[in-house]
Design a protein around this ligand. Sequence first.
Ligand code: 9MG
Length: 271
Amino acid sequence: MGIINVTPDSFSDGGLYLSTQQAIAHARNLIDEGADILDIGGESTRPGSQQVSTEEELKRVIPVLEALADTGIPISIDTSKPEVMKHAIAAGAFMINDVNALRSPGALEAVAQSDHVQLCLMHMQGTPQTMQANPQYHNIVDEVKDFLHQRIQAAAAAGISQDRLVIDPGFGFGKTLHHNFTLLNQLDQLTTLGVPLLAGLSRKSMLGAITGNNVDHRIHESIAAALLAVTKGAKIVRVHDVKVSKEALAIYNAMKNCAAQEINLTASNRN
Ligand code: 9MG
């Protein structure tokens, strides 16, 4: 899953028009690099970020979604707002990626109206404005797992079938460095919920905290983290650097396929 942010820099003269054009061009590059899904977001969810209005978020994401319709690539819209969800679904979105796990009033109803759109339910303690102030858990893995289980049940109660769901532990969302790495190490425990797992670690500060690299120089750490997440059961990785991530994962897949063939060969030799 390639990441596309449409969050205009208020100091740039081009404003929204330029950001829209840049986002579309960037999306086309990520498709060329081999992205399987694109995730388009119009509101930053970084720690301390400010919220934008529904109207502003719609103005940012819908034109990009519409411009990419001819590519045939599945588009995910990163939003927690029910109105944005409804418009995105009407405009052909393949997935709604909600860092708030459909907890906003009206969100479950907004997505339940469609019977096919995929839904990513992410764990977050607090809100992006406050989440890194003092995150606390007794047992991070159990609490994240319980939360995701409850959200799967809430979706079921709203009439959403489980085959539409994807779950995500929400690395960096209300978690300390220790919480994040504990979660990564035990990510496989979430696979028992029976829903595909998405992991977003790309360029996050938990990686920079280990290597000392700033956000623009975390490509090696991001690839390592994506690969580790996949070895622990992630089925989708949300990344900025699509080409190199795919190359790293191609090596992992070659190893897995080869191992599977050897198992088949051994089994047929036995017969
Ligand atoms: C929008 N966004 C930022 N980080 C994310 C992550 O880790 N997972 C998901 N699903 N969305 C994210």
